[in-house]
Design a protein. Structure first.
Ligand code: 4AD
Ligand code: MG
Length: 482
């Protein structure tokens, strides 16, 4: 059966078609606005009320499902090019108007917080329909890009025994009885009696396993759910998010930056080309929201223009050390101060610093590289000490306007001895990650990769301000209701 997206592109025709969808509105006993989820636009079906029983007409309510048969004609009205002249209507499923009234399906404006409370219904709204279609298109674009570049998808495990980021933010999994776990001789929980006979958790990143696959297949990428038990209740963090992690043998950090930049431009371009109607809708939505906001918080560009800007401009590449100099000499606001002033080399950047660099100083996406070794993960390639004796690693973060960190990546430490020392210094257990270290004994070559938080990309492309509104069922602290 043809979907409404395709029907709206077709020409008037005497051939009879049947369309199934949900009623968005029913005016004057004559005009049904029908939506089947394939497009932001509704198909107008026109009926002759005198041809139908009152009983049937009374069931054509908002949210009810109907099948309409008829022919496509040029529309006399101004809202649409073509419409369906109905000859037959079948009610597939009713929806009680009194019940509908209590939900976000009722035809009035609901705010995003209210929509979140009815996550099971929100995909039926215009905004979420548009966001989720864009999300699906971006997901396809990710696979398309890598497949066309000769990458293989690697399916890395969800359940792991290690902590890839060494940040201790894992969700433990266990089949032991939490009320009465078996104890070892020292009185600690005896994980030897657990399902995996050791402590295990949900993965925080597929990177380490992907690295092992890059050492065999050359170029791989993962695209799967990752889990972080970090208690950050922000509009940019989820406890369960989807991450894309390419990993490439023989790529150094510069090649890694090129890959990330080319990839981001390509998938954003794909959305611009393939989601034009949804992006136009979301652009208008953002403009309406901006009207309620103080000038400083409004989006600096219309959505489409912002997305096109990405394709047309090179990302600015700046070392951490240069960024620190810029930040130290900047006057970010009227008070001329950051909330967390940058006093010394080596400090981690806060989101206010990242946003200043991207939104005020450079006004374009920024790739920051060569971070202090101390604030980054153990697996990153160590640089020679700089003139001031500072130790940096070949890390890169890509910062986007309105988002902050979109990508985190690095060249990996391929030298056995250096990695071993680093693991000892950072107290990374060799028992857990011995396999990762061992890989450095056998043809260990320069290699690099990065991780892109898929929801942050979807936020950027849809202009949505809260990460909870770009994933069907957001998992955040205290929220796994649906
Ligand atoms: O910077 P992160 O922690 O890097 C890694 O996990 C590396 N192993 C990636 C790699 O080199 N293969 O995370 C990568 C990206 C971040 O830049 C951000 O976009 C996203 O994942 N991210 C989150 N997105 C939503 N919610 C969270 N809690 C996130 N934590 C990270
Ligand atoms: Mg990071």
């Amino acid at each position: 059966m043809k979907r409404i997206a395709a029907i709206l592109q077709s020409d008037p025709s005497m051939i009879e078609i049947t369309v199934k969808g949900w009623v968005r509105s029913f005016r004057n006993d004559r005009f049904i606005a029908l939506n089947d989820g394939s497009t932001i636009h509704n198909l107008q079906a026109v009926i002759e009320p005198e041809n139908y029983d009152r009983d049937l007409l009374d069931q054509i309510n908002v949210a009810a499902a109907v099948a309409v048969t008829g022919t496509l004609t040029e529309s006399a009205g101004s809202g649409q090019r073509i419409e369906l002249q109905a000859t037959k209507i079948e009610i597939l499923a009713t929806a009680d108007p009194e019940e509908v009234k209590k939900t976000i399906l009722s035809p009035k404006k609901h705010n995003l917080e209210t929509l979140r409370e009815q996550a099971h219904l929100r995909v039926r709204t215009n905004t979420f329909g548009a966001v989720m279609r864009v999300r699906a298109a971006l997901s396809f674009a990710v696979h398309k890009y890598f497949q066309e570049q000769g990458f293989y998808q690697a399916h890395t495990p969800i359940i792991t025994g290690s902590d890839a980021e060494g940040a201790g933010e894992m969700f433990r999994i266990s089949t032991l009885d939490p009320k009465n776990p078996p104890l070892d001789e020292e009185g600690n929980i005896d994980y030897k009696q657990d399902f995996f006979e050791k402590e295990s958790n949900l993965t925080v990143s597929g990177q380490l396993e992907a690295e092992t696959y890059a050492m065999g297949l050359g170029q791989v990428y993962t695209f799967g759910p990752t889990f972080r038990a970090e208690n950050s209740n922000t509009s940019r963090h989820l406890a369960e998010f989807w991450m894309i992690e390419p990993e490439v043998a023989f790529n150094d950090l510069d090649a890694n930056m090129d890959l990330a930049e080319g990839f981001l431009k390509s998938v954003i371009d794909y959305a611009l080309e393939n989601c034009a109607d949804d992006i136009a809708f979301l652009e208008k939505r953002q403009a309406d929201e901006d009207k309620q906001k103080p000038a400083a918080e409004r989006s600096p560009m219309p959505l489409r223009e912002k997305l096109e800007f990405i394709g047309k401009n090179n990302f600015k590449r700046v070392s951490y050390t240069e960024a620190i100099d810029i930040l130290r000499n900047s006057k970010p606001n009227k008070k001329k101060k950051f909330k967390y002033p940058i006093n010394e080399w080596g400090a981690d950047l806060q989101s206010e610093h990242e946003r200043y660099l991207v939104e005020k100083h450079f006004e374009c996406p920024v790739i920051l590289f060569d971070y202090p070794a101390k604030i980054k993960a153990f697996y990153m390639r160590l640089n020679d000490k700089d003139a001031n004796g500072n130790e940096t690693v070949r890390a890169m973060d890509i910062l986007f306007p309105g988002i902050g960190e979109m990508v985190g990546g690095s060249q990996r430490e391929e030298r056995y001895d250096v990695l071993k020392q680093k693991m000892t210094d950072m107290e990374i257990s060799e028992e857990e990650l011995g396999w990762y270290l061992e890989m450095r004994k056998f043809g260990s070559v320069v290699h690099s990769g990065f991780g892109l938080g898929f929801e942050r990309l979807v936020m950027f492309v849809t202009g949505m301000g809260n990460i909870r509104d770009v994933i069907p069922y957001p998992r955040t602290p205290g929220n796994a209701e649906f």
